[in-house]
Design a protein around this ligand. Structure first.
Ligand SMILES: Cc1cc2nc3c(=O)[nH]c(=O)nc-3n(C[C@H](O)[C@H](O)[C@H](O)COP(=O)(O)OP(=O)(O)OC[C@H]3O[C@@H](n4cnc5c(N)ncnc54)[C@H](O)[C@@H]3O)c2cc1C
Length: 600
């Protein structure tokens, strides 16, 4: 791919609202894509990748055995290279880069699952609350040390009895009689980096009801950590409980305002979700490389297993998922960067940080989609990677075994995939109710299309896929419109309907992003085959889930039959040459022994 220094200039004026991908026609507005990363963004990625390959991969056995001094030393090294300070303002020793660059570095750190969690918990959920919500004094005290890796950070929201229901936390804080300390009591559960972190972002309820964030230093009187959990995966990452028994937190360590902790907790989680989704693409590309090289070397029935159609099919699907996932990921980081920059404030200034957090909030639907889609795409890929390795995929010497285990938690933390699914249509409907999203227009447009049918797309590149992109969006609009009409306000309580709608929205975002990415770049037969293959399978899933939403929402069989009948006009029946698409992808993947569409 050609390297540019100017980024994605054609996308300069493109700033749709959150969830806007359902409203505009594919390609009508430019998107940011990996194919046009700037020279500087690529340089950051290369630096991080070199560090990952040369320092993290060889240290993998030490990391997996929870050798915390080694992990801390690696954090220091990462800090010296500037990898811990991309989101930190220059004033506090940071590099004040955009989210796209910081996501790229997070990708490069995904060479080892445990390390990726250590890194993400430190630079993301651990450091960002101070960047976005800290006072100048708090920022000056913590950020230089967190940027250099001298200190490590952790984020403590979950409790034993409240994970998904995070705002139901029981940890309490009361002001001491002399007004000098917040006195914390309670226990946090599952806290990443707890074994070695120096500072913890802790959420507690002031006087038992005002959800609030605090900065708690290791060594605070009354604060201890529990024993290490023994986990299925990411075994090298530290996971412990935090115990507060009349812990004395200085009053100046209140983060943000009393009673406003939910804003910190939820916005930081949005960034965590988004980055989690993005990093899954790196792991997918890693599995492609491991599996393609293994398949080339491994012989069965007298030939390499990479000659077999079933193995080629698996590899082609993995590659298509990586291409599509990258398109969704960097479209979203680009949207956030552009919206943050639109305010006109310089990166690293308090005004810019405020604009950035507002931008993250705006695209929370996209962040939830990335989290669910990315972790589930990686689940499929890791599973098929193990399968390609046969029995060897089941033993520890092979990296794919670890990736398979390490990925499982991605569907659980940063909001479970159930919770994130509910958030996709839930947020959209809430915004619509407040007049912030034209849901009625979308539903009306889809209902009309279901009456009149949808014409073929204009001839040209990816014309069938362009039509599928529109059909997936119309399927969402149609099913959501019927369900909303049928259920009224009760739709927000009907989880099976919401989750099915979320799946349709995800497929709409995926195909729209992939088609837009491919069309913006010079024609590339491998990239276009990825789009075609994904669109084919995606559309079938979108139809099935839209049908699922309708059947869950509409009880009356006559009404349900009528709705399904109309929905059929939104189904693409054109045959596609799936075998040719798979071959177009599998051939170069096996020949190169890696992801063939690498932008790096
Ligand atoms: C290795 C690891 C590291 C972690 N690191 C951190 C960390 O650094 N900081 C931190 O604060 N937390 C951390 N967590 C906690 C993590 O965020 C929670 O485990 C997660 O949010 C799920 O909460 P839970 O485990 O209490 O499950 P529950 O909330 O009890 O969920 C159990 C099941 O019920 C489903 N469910 C729950 N509520 C609903 C609902 N309303 N509708 C439908 N289904 C629902 C869930 O989706 C899930 O399938 C970590 C967890 C792990 C395992």
């Amino acid at each position: 791919m050609a390297e540019t220094t100017a980024g994605n200039p054609s996308a300069a004026s493109y700033l749709p609202i959150g969830g806007g991908f359902l409203l505009a026609e594919v390609g009508a507005q430019a998107i940011d894509t990996p194919d046009a990363f700037t020279h500087e963004q690529r340089e950051f990625f290369r630096t991080a990748r070199k560090f990952g390959r040369e320092r993290i991969v060889p240290a993998s056995p030490a990391i997996e055995s929870k050798d915390f001094p080694t992990i801390r030393a690696l954090l220091r090294e990462a800090g010296e290279l500037g990898l811990l300070s991309l989101d930190v303002p220059e004033e506090f020793g940071g590099l004040a880069q955009d989210l796209t660059t910081s996501a790229l570095v997070a990708e490069a750190m995904t060479v080892q699952g445990s390390w990726s969690v250590v890194f993400g918990a430190h630079v993301g959920i651990g450091t960002l609350p101070i960047v976005y919500f800290g006072t100048h004094e708090q920022q000056a005290r913590y950020l230089p040390k967190l940027s250099s890796g001298e200190w490590a950070a952790a984020y403590a929201l979950s409790e034993a009895s409240s994970g998904s229901d995070a705002l139901g936390a029981r940890t309490r804080a009361v002001l001491s009689p002399d007004g000098r300390h917040w006195v914390l009591n309670g226990t946090k559960q599952w806290i990443s980096n707890a074994g070695f972190a120096d500072v913890f972002i802790v959420f507690a309820k002031v006087d038992g009801d005002k959800f609030t964030a605090f900065l708690v230093d290791r060594g605070t009187p009354g604060f201890t950590t529990g024993a290490e959990e023994h986990k299925m995966g990411i075994r090298g990452s530290s996971t412990r409980s935090l115990v507060f028994e009349d812990a004395q937190v200085p009053v100046e360590n209140l983060l943000g305002e009393v009673g406003k902790g939910h804003r910190i907790a939820l916005n930081i989680l949005n960034i965590g979700r988004l980055k989690l989704g993005v990093t899954c693409m790196a792991a997918i590309r890693q599995v492609v490389e491991l599996s393609a090289t293994y398949a080339r070397d491994r012989k069965a029935f007298g030939k390499p297993i990479s000659d077999f159609g079933l193995i080629r099919e698996k590899l082609a699907r993995m590659v298509a998922l990586a291409y599509v996932g990258e398109a969704m990921s960097y479209r979203t980081t680009g949207l956030i960067d552009r919206r943050a920059a639109a305010g006109g404030a310089a990166p690293g200034t308090p005004d810019y940080e405020r604009d950035r957090i507002t931008a993250v909030e705006e695209y929370s639907i996209e962040a939830s989609i990335l989290k669910v889609w990315g972790s589930e795409a990686l689940s499929q890929v890791a599973d098929e990677g193990v399968q390609i390795h046969g029995g060897y995929g089941f033993v520890e010497e092979y990296v794919v075994e670890r990736i398979y285990r390490d990925n499982r938690v991605n569907r659980i933390f940063e909001g479970t995939n159930e919770i994130n699914r509910l958030l996709v249509p839930g947020t959209l409907l809430k915004r619509a109710a407040k007049g912030g999203y034209p849901f009625l227009d979308l539903a009306t447009k889809a209902a009309r299309a279901a009456e009149a049918g949808v014409p073929a797309a204009a001839p040209g590149r990816l014309s069938r896929e362009r039509r599928v992109a529109e059909l997936n969006k119309l399927l969402f609009g149609f099913a959501a419109g019927v369900a909303a009409k049928e259920l009224g306000l009760a739709i927000s309580e009907r989880q099976e309907v919401l989750a099915a709608l979320a799946d349709v929205a995800m497929e709409a975002f995926a195909v729209d992003s992939a088609v837009a990415r491919a069309l913006q770049a010079a024609p590339d037969p491998v990239a276009e085959a990825c789009v075609s293959l994904y669109a084919e399978e995606s559309h079938l899933r979108a139809v099935q889930r839209a049908r699922g939403a309708l059947l869950a929402a509409v009880k009356d069989p006559v009404k349900a039959r009528g709705a399904l009948e109309r929905m059929r006009r939104l189904v693409d029946e054109e045959p596609g040459d799936v075998v040719a698409w798979r071959e177009a992808i599998a051939g170069p993947t096996i020949e190169l022994g890696r992801y063939p569409l690498a932008w790096n």
